[in-house]
Design a protein around this ligand. Structure first.
Ligand SMILES: [Zn+2]
Ligand SMILES: [Zn+2]
Length: 344
């Protein structure tokens, strides 16, 4: 069996490169992908640092690559196609998939529906027929990498809050997903976008992606209330996954408004609902990354149409074989790191 040099979890807080065997011929419904561009995600930190997932798991779930081979039943793709692969896999035929909620596919049950191994030279995609999308020749890998996960998640935070043109939107935390939510708010027609962030490089990126004002976390609640005449915003997005940002998002949401939570509360055994005074008469929506071929096609259409450009999120570049060093960099959030491009 051939092997792929792939980043694997070796234990709590630790990853290393390892030679992972893969089949020459993918199984039914699978595709074998040769990675051309991959990256590290905040979810990887949760998996490695916090979740009781045993060592040996191949890491990585956001990638663009070339189809090497497809298994039986995969008719939409052939060797040589350049594809984006959904971070969550879907079958396309179960009840949830048919009703348009592919990220909770019943065939590939969570957490087994996460794509694994994309931080490697080669990886396998289950449910390939509906979990991949061809990348138009006109678009570079870097332009479409984020349709596999964080663009879809960040944009969905705005979509699922049922934004209306002119809405005032506050977005708590401007990490990669929060920045995508900011870009999404602009794309979908927010009137005013208020970002909350303190890291200088992220503040600058928030403004570049459409934030009208960026507030320090400690003063965000009082300033947002003052800016909105004491009423609060139409939509508040929580994009960090902390109790305090969740409470702050609830506090600044107007009566009848929507709290949209996309943060991964991975380190916390429970999330406490805030006091009724700041929560009653608000709507709460949570979003897991919408996935599947058509979802990625739509996001790529926004990119190819010039409506959004997320390539500035790529702040660092390294070889796939150096991925473990990338984890250290990403975890420390130093040097202005947002997303690290990993290439063969
Ligand atoms: Zn991810
Ligand atoms: Zn399904």
């Amino acid at each position: 069996m051939p092997t792929s040099n792939t980043c694997v979890k070796t234990g709590p807080h630790s990853v290393a490169m390892s030679q992972i065997p893969y089949p020459d011929t993918p199984g039914p419904g699978q595709a074998l992908i040769r990675t051309t561009l991959s990256t590290i995600c905040g979810s990887d930190m949760h998996i490695v640092d916090e979740m009781p997932i045993p060592g040996g798991v191949p890491m990585g779930h956001e990638a663009i690559g070339i189809v090497e081979a497809v298994g039986a039943g995969v008719t939409g793709f052939k060797a040589g196609d350049r594809v984006a692969t959904s971070c969550l896999l879907c079958c396309g035929i179960c009840a949830r998939c048919q009703e348009g909620d592919q990220s909770v596919c019943e065939t590939f049950n969570a957490p087994g529906n996460l794509l694994f191994g994309a931080q490697g030279e080669f990886f396998l995609v289950n449910g390939a027929q509906t979990s991949m999308a061809k990348v138009p020749d006109s678009l570079a890998d870097e332009q479409v990498l984020f349709v596999t996960d964080i663009m879809s998640t960040g944009f969905a935070a705005i979509e699922r809050a049922a934004i209306r043109p002119g809405d005032t939107v506050a977005i708590f935390a401007q990490g990669p997903v929060g920045l995508c939510a900011t870009a999404g708010a602009r794309t979908y027609g927010a009137g005013t976008i208020i970002a909350v962030e303190s890291i200088p490089e992220r503040v600058a990126m928030a403004k570049r992606f459409g934030a009208d004002v960026v507030l320090e976390p400690g003063e965000a609640v009082s300033k947002i209330m003052a800016m909105t005449g004491g009423k609060g915003v139409d939509i508040a997005v929580e994009a960090l996954g902390h109790q305090v940002t969740f409470e702050n998002a609830c506090q600044v949401t107007r009566i009848g408004g929507t709290v949209s939570s996309v943060g991964v509360y991975g380190a916390f055994p429970e999330l406490k609902m805030p006091t009724s005074g700041s929560f009653i008469h608000r709507k709460l929506v949570t979003t897991l990354c919408p996935v599947g071929t058509k979802r990625m096609d739509r996001l790529m259409a926004l990119v190819s149409g010039g409506k959004v450009d997320l390539t500035p999120l790529i702040t660092h570049s390294m070889k796939i074989s150096d991925t473990p060093a990338g984890y250290d960099l990403f975890r420390k959030k130093e040097g202005g790191v947002l997303k690290i491009a990993l290439r063969p």
